[in-house]
Design a protein around this ligand. Structure first.
Ligand SMILES: [Zn+2]
Length: 180
């Protein structure tokens, strides 16, 4: 017997999520349909879709045009940290970073369709162009092929911008901050 098309569509949509294969997608779909988890997920997705946006300065998730970090006058505006995602931003906050951020939401991966536009690099370039000097920008990305390619791309993009660039491995940066 053929299962309903709507069920198949739900499985396919879940299968599109990162790190979820077809078998896990089917199990998730069944769990969502057999429990209250589906209704809770739907509600959370609708709320996030309506309320969560990206800060126009740092691209962190925010429920306003400018996030609480960028709007905070106490933050050190002469030092920016470029991170791969919001998890890294949260870790940097925990180890006491007091500068500003730029969140890439990923690393360059042309084969997976993630180019400079997806990482908001034009936005970073514009923000750097209009920011006050002196300005130090630390690129703290992981030392994988994608991380190194992303750091190299940003470094060359900002080479003539008149800012001090610091390239550091993410884990190394975090360890150094924890020790400081
Ligand atoms: Zn922000």
């Amino acid at each position: 017997m053929l299962l309903p098309a709507a069920y198949q569509q739900l499985v396919q949509a879940l299968d599109q999520l990162p790190a979820v294969g077809p078998r896990a997608a089917a199990r998730l779909a069944q769990h969502l349909l057999n429990s209250d988890a589906g209704a809770a997920l739907l509600q959370a997705l609708q709320r996030a879709g309506a309320e969560v946006t990206q800060c126009r300065h740092c691209r962190c998730y925010s429920n306003a045009d400018l996030c609480g970090l960028c709007g905070n006058e106490q933050r050190d505006r002469t030092r920016w940290l470029v991170v791969a995602g919001v998890d890294e931003l949260q870790q940097a906050e925990q180890v006491g970073w007091r500068g500003l951020y730029f969140v890439l939401h990923g690393l360059l991966a042309p084969m997976s369709g993630r180019g400079p536009n997806q990482l908001g690099l034009d936005q970073l370039q514009q923000r750097v162009a209009t920011a006050a000097r002196p300005l130090q920008i630390t690129l703290a990305l992981e030392s994988t092929a994608e991380g190194c390619a992303t750091a190299a791309f940003i470094a060359s993009m900002l080479a003539a911008a008149g800012v001090e660039l610091v390239l550091q491995d993410w884990t190394e940066w975090l360890t150094l901050q924890e020790q400081a």
